[in-house]
Design a protein around this ligand. Sequence first.
Ligand code: C2O
Ligand code: CU
Length: 564
Amino acid sequence: MKSIFFLFSCLCSAFLSAQTYNPLWIPDTLSGSNITLTIKDTFAQLRATGNQTITGGINNSQFWGPTIFINKGDTVHMNVLNKLNDSTTIHWHGMHLPAVMDGGPHQVIPPGTLWQPYWKVTNNAATYWYHPHLHEMTLEHLTKGIGGFIIVNDQEESALALPRKYGIDDIPLMLTSRRYNTANQFVVQNVAYGDYLLVNGTRDPEITLPKQIVRLRLLNAEVERAYNFGFSDNRKFYIIANDGGLLDKPVQVSKLLVAVGERYEILVDLSNDNVGSSINLMSYNANQPFGFPGGEPAAQGNFGSLLNNKDFNCLRINIGKSTNSPITSIPTSLISNQFINSAEATVNRSINVKGGVPGNPTPFNFNDKIFDINRIDNTVNLNAIEKWTITNSNVFGHTFHIHDVQFKLVARNGNTNAVGLHEQGWKDVLYLPRNENASFIAKFDDYADPIHPFMYHCHFSNHEDGGMMGQFVVNNPSSIIDNMPDESQYTLFPNPASDVIFMENKGVEIYYITIVNSVGKSVMMLPQPEIHKGISIAHLPKGMYYMQIMDAATKTTITKQFSK
Ligand code: C2O
Ligand code: CU
């Protein structure tokens, strides 16, 4: 009788705590030197019941796109086809590349247009990502689910005994949350925080991970919320990489704050867990200091959320059998980073967070200037080493992200010892709590372009869209302006063309080509095209086209006609 009662009470409590989980979606992978991303409007069943949600997908996905694997040293060609009904952009977050390839607010891809940037990968092995960046539309396009991981591999990382079986012991985790209306559609107006968590687009996700050391690649792709990660049994874990590369050695912690836009790679030791047991990856967001994004007490409204000021589960991890040749130990050291020395900085810049004062209608901004796409805020000389200090005397925490470079965080509040051990590597986003400042050093090498700027901004997409963004150009003072080219310097052949069209350009360096059709709609955009290889126009319908050719030195545009 006693045992029956015992069984009954067990069943009962199992029933009461019954929580159903869904298998975590692992994004497809793309690799090689030619990557095609077709961005489209689609639908996804993101809620347990009711309507599907209108989303944005890439290639075969319905929410969040494929993971791109690239190798340091390779040249990668991207073919981004915008099949949305809206213009958008795709920014390669964290990549060091020419401004014209960057995919920021200036590289607008109109609907139906193929954008073909390419670059030589010089970034270190780490976890990066791509996402839309059209000014004032970033929040909306990100909310739809457009974006994906970029995983860079290099020789140093490959030489280490680290888990790297994608989807098996090396897991990308993109965390975000959404608010839905009663028809299950995303709410994008006045929403700083979603109510329902999505990990890689999966609600209430679970995954079975092998009983060994596993690697999690954490990306915070929220609007504002920060995550204070930890495990339900409070076990320690090891940070091995931040935004732009591996740390010198693993850093042991039991909690890890990941702010919007940041990436951290962690190792978790599951080798002492029993097969069939489970732990939860949690976010311990309850009772954070004032100004912590997502610590607000309200459950509803503009700054409220069902997840605010709570400890919540992010991922159910079930322990399964170990794999063949598992990783069984945490490395004691990783790589030897060669950082820039603070003393080498020749320019100091201060960026101050302004606006957003309660009762004052000015949006958050930098240095009292709301973003203006036609205003260049800073000019940096090519190869300059600069120290930037970002000061947040605001009531609320923010993030700061800069394009083009990976930086070294050198001080928090002027204190070189206040930089966290976990944020000692190369970074491109930093978390800036209220009433604090942070300083970083960066070298602006390789890519100068006096016209095309790079961005810096708060990575909260609502703040960024609202004008908390600035732009800088990297100037090469020793570059000379040639004479204006004229039309006779370019010849297109064959004309009419069939699948490939070539150009003879008499030594003029081409900066940008846009191909528009006979009704003036752009169909292709080619930054710095490798013109000697010809331009593939195989996918264009027969007809008459205009090629708008911008030369590199003077940035003047000449238009040539061709037909196919
Ligand atoms: Cu992740 Cu300027 O962006
Ligand atoms: Cu902000």
